[in-house]
Design a protein around this ligand. Structure first.
Ligand code: HAM
Length: 455
């Protein structure tokens, strides 16, 4: 049997409601903060990521799904959403509109990583980006948005970790001193870090290896190297966070794995998740749009992993109600219904599927057809409604209605049809009423409407 590729997964019907609810919450909160949705392609020119995320990052070096298309172009399944948003911002001259532009996205990302709980090769991100604002107020707005989302989803006890990695000017000075410090201790760091040492020494700081941690605990701190502008931004950010009641921890080893960051970097962690506890990560990227050939356009943003968020919500205080619910199930008891099958089962036929009914409705099909119209009518009232096209017995259909968690069942039998009536049964309250067919719409509007499914 063919299986889904390693590190990918299907969202089955039993799970998809959670995704719908999550996406609804994300969109609602984004609109509250005045962000607009943007959708970019799932693949981009490889160069977009190598130029922005950085040639010497793990993402570009080891994790990209890169392929050549039939026209010989090198394309890459997007490993993240910020560079594509910046590309679209430039391509469509969004910078000529009102600034800042506040954009959010929801979609799949792809990284060839070692799969484990909370880490996948295809995963989904919600991301938000503010383009065109250098103000620390925008950093705080982005952080507040991430915290607001986590809190709305019942994730109490998140930990906000912040750092500043300065700008290319002050970072260069720091980089030199860090290389000196690490080179003197290169024997004590892991193989990977020895390679990173000259190419991307900042990444050594967030290596989880115990011996590397021991070395980096005494390393110089970027915060002591910030230039005047970066220092002012850093102080402004911390003061604003405090005033907003957003508590944080400073972690000078937080550098993040993407080269486009400048000044602020942050992560939002939810410790009960264990090893992969970063539910959101982001920061400022004042040089990104310029790196793509645009005008200087400061930006700040973050992204959160939706699989991780869903794992967390499950363990948190407000798990999504997964219950599937249907407003109505219509049971039409025509002749075929009572026949319930008929043909002898063949060896390969699924026993639960009765033999094919006549393709075209017959003359004795009035009840079933009336039932089918009723389904349409109920749906036109904005309610969810289903029926059994396989026309099984009353007992089987009642069982199906129950399984679908139907709130009401409408039963149309020969007797009812003769009297031009339909029986409506409330599955929750247990009552059953006979309603004239012609006023079933009124009845549903009065009794049922306005109490439809809630996400
Ligand atoms: P990132 O830290 O690489 O940042 O990813 C953001 C979030 O995506 C992580 O905190 C995590 O929740 C989730 N994530 C990352 N990789 C995986 C994976 N393999 N499986 C499951 N979830 C994962 C970025 O992508 C930046 N573009 C964020 C950003 C936006 N910075 C500024 N604007």
């Amino acid at each position: 049997m063919l299986r889904a590729p390693r590190g990918t997964g299907d969202v089955l019907p039993s799970e998809s409601r959670k995704w719908i609810c999550l996406e609804k919450v994300l969109r609602e909160i984004s609109f509250k903060y005045n962000f607009e949705e943007i959708r970019t392609p799932v693949f981009e020119h490889t160069e977009l990521f190598s130029r922005t995320v950085g040639e010497s990052t793990d993402i570009v070096e080891k994790e990209m799904y890169t392929f050549e298309d039939k026209g010989g172009r090198s394309l890459t399944l997007r490993p993240e959403g910020t560079a594509p948003v910046a590309r679209a911002f430039l391509e469509h001259s969004l910078g000529q509109g009102p600034l800042p532009q506040k954009l959010f996205y929801i979609g799949p990302m792809f990284r060839y990583e070692k799969p484990q709980a909370g880490r996948y090769r295809e995963f989904h991100q919600y991301g938000a980006e503010i383009l065109g604002s250098p103000s620390p107020y925008s950093d705080v707005e982005i952080i507040a948005l991430a915290v607001d989302i986590a809190e709305s989803l019942g994730l109490t006890g998140t930990k906000l970790v912040i750092n500043s990695i300065g700008c290319p000017v002050c970072r260069e000075r720091y980089r030199g001193d860090l290389i000196k410090y690490l080179s003197a201790r290169s024997d004590a760091v892991c193989e990977d870090c020895r390679k990173r040492l000259s190419k991307n020494p900042l990444r050594v700081l967030d290596c989880k290896n115990v011996s590397c941690k021991a070395v980096t605990s005494g390393a110089p701190s970027m915060l002591d190297y910030l230039c005047e502008d970066c220092q002012k931004h850093w102080e402004g950010l911390r003061e604003l966070l405090l005033r907003m009641g957003l508590s944080y921890e400073v972690d000078t080893s937080l550098v993040r794995g993407l080269d486009y960051y400048t000044k602020t970097v942050f992560e939002l962690k939810w410790p009960p998740l264990g090893a992969q506890d970063a539910v959101a990560g982001g920061g400022r990227y004042d040089g990104l749009v310029e790196a793509l050939g645009g005008k200087h356009t400061p930006g700040v943003g973050f992204a959160m992993g939706l699989e991780r968020i869903l794992l967390a919500v499950e363990k948190g205080e407000k798990p999504f109600r997964e219950e599937r619910a249907l407003d109505f199930f219509v049971i039409a008891l025509g002749q075929e219904t009572r026949l319930d099958g008929g043909e002898k089962a063949s060896a390969t036929r699924d026993e639960r599927i009765p033999a094919a009914q006549n393709a075209a409705p017959g003359a004795d099909d009035d009840i079933f057809r009336r039932g089918f119209f009723l389904v349409r009518e109920i749906r036109s009232l904005g309610l969810s409604c289903d029926f059994d096209p396989l026309r099984r017995s009353l007992k089987a259909q009642m069982k199906q209605a129950d399984r679908l968690n139907a709130r009401y069942v409408a039963i149309l039998g020969e007797e009812e049809l003769e009297k031009k009536m339909v029986s409506i049964r409330s599955m929750k309250e247990g009552w059953q009423k006979e309603i004239p067919l012609e006023s079933v719409r009124d009845f549903i509007e009065k009794e049922v409407l306005g109490r439809g499914n809630q996400c």
